[in-house]
Design a binder for this molecule. Structure first.
Ligand code: BGC
Length: 277
C-alpha cells in the first residue's frame, strides 16, 4: 500500500472472493479469520491515505446459478455491510465484479437492488459501486436500472478493447486467445477512434444518467508486447481522465502487473503511461 501511495496513486480496488470464505449453510457465516485479514488490508490502505473500493469477486456459483445462490449472496453482503458500517467514508463497496452468464439484466437489477437496499440500512451514505452486466460492459449501460433517490452511487465499467489485443494469450479465455498473440496497438488514428467511439457511448449514457463513472478495470495482459501495452494504457488513461472518468488499472503485481514482485520493481514504462508522466 505504501508503494502504491508513493507512486502517486489515489485509490486501490481490493478484489475479494468472499464466497470462498463463507459457510455453505445458512446463515452463511463469513470466517472471522478472513474478516480479520481483510480488516488488516483495509487498515493498511487507509493508513496510506488511499481511497478503497472493496468488492465481491469471482462468486462463480452465483454467475452460474443465481437462484440457488441468492440467499447466500445476500447473507454475505449483509455481514460485510454490518462489519464495515463504521468504516471511513474513504471506503466504497462494489456489489459484484463483472456480473455475467446467468446474471442477465433482469436478474442482475433485481439482485443488486435488493442487496443495495439492505446495505443502506447499515450504511446510508456509503458510496456504492455498481456496473452493468456482460462483465461490466459499457454497451450494456442502458440495461442498468438505478435507484432514483440514492445520491451515493458510482457506476463502473471495465475496458479491455480491442479484446484480441488486451487478452492475447490469456489462458482463462480459452485456446483461441493463443491465435491473437502478436496483436499490436500503436496509437494509429483508427485505433484511437475505436477507444473514442466507445468512450462516446459512455458519454451519451452519462448525459442522460449523470452518475460518476469509475473505470474500475482496464489493462493489457503481459503477453502483449510492452510498447503496445504502454501506448494503449496511456491513451485509455488519458482519454478517461479527459472525460472525467476515474481510471483504475487492472492490476498491481500479477498477469497484467504494473509491479514485478520478483525483482520488486515497478515496470516503469507502464507506470509512467498510467500516471501520464
Ligand atoms: C477478472 C480477472 C481477469 C481480468 C481480466 C477480472 O475482472 O476477475 O480474473 O484476469 O478481469 O480478464
Amino acid at each position: 500500500m505504501k508503494l502504491i501511495k508513493d507512486a502517486n496513486f489515489r485509490s486501490v480496488r481490493i478484489p475479494i472472493k468472499w464466497s470462498a470464505h463463507a459457510s455453505n449453510v445458512a446463515p452463511y457465516t463469513v470466517d472471522p479469520k478472513f474478516f480479520a485479514r481483510v480488516d488488516e488490508v483495509l487498515k493498511e490502505a487507509l493508513a496510506n491515505r488511499l481511497l478503497v473500493v472493496l468488492n465481491m469477486h469471482h462468486y462463480e456459483e452465483l454467475e452460474d446459478s443465481p437462484d440457488a445462490n441468492e440467499a447466500r449472496f445476500k447473507a454475505i453482503w449483509h455481514q460485510i455491510a454490518e462489519h464495515y458500517s463504521k468504516a471511513s467514508d474513504d471506503v466504497a463497496f462494489e456489489i459484484y465484479n463483472e456480473p455475467c452468464k446467468q446474471l442477465t439484466d433482469i436478474r442482475w437489477n433485481q439482485l443488486y437492488q435488493s442487496v443495495l437496499k439492505d446495505i443502506r440500512k447499515s450504511n446510508p451514505d456509503r458510496n456504492v459501486v455498481v456496473g452493468p452486466i456482460g462483465w461490466n460492459n459499457l454497451h450494456k449501460l442502458d440495461t442498468l436500472k438505478l435507484p432514483a433517490d440514492d445520491a451515493h452511487i458510482i457506476v463502473t465499467v471495465h475496458y479491455y478493447e480491442p479484446f484480441h489485443f488486451t487478452h492475447q494469450g490469456a489462458e482463462w479465455i480459452g485456446p483461441e486467445s493463443a491465435g491473437w498473440l502478436g496483436t499490436t496497438w500503436s496509437r494509429t488514428s483508427a485505433e484511437r477512434a475505436g477507444v473514442d467511439d466507445d468512450f462516446d457511448t459512455i458519454g451519451s449514457w452519462v448525459r442522460a444518467h449523470p452518475y460518476p463513472i469509475y473505470m474500475g478495470e482496464f489493462g493489457a495482459y503481459s503477453k502483449a508486447d510492452m510498447a503496445s501495452r504502454v501506448a494503449w494504457t496511456r491513451y485509455v488513461c488519458e482519454s478517461a481522465l479527459k472525460r472525467g472518468y476515474s481510471p483504475c488499472y487492472w492490476e498491481f503485481g500479477s498477469g497484467f502487473g504494473l509491479y514485478d514482485p520478483q525483482t520488486k520493481k515497478w515496470r516503469e514504462s507502464l507506470l509512467r503511461a498510467l500516471i501520464l508522466k
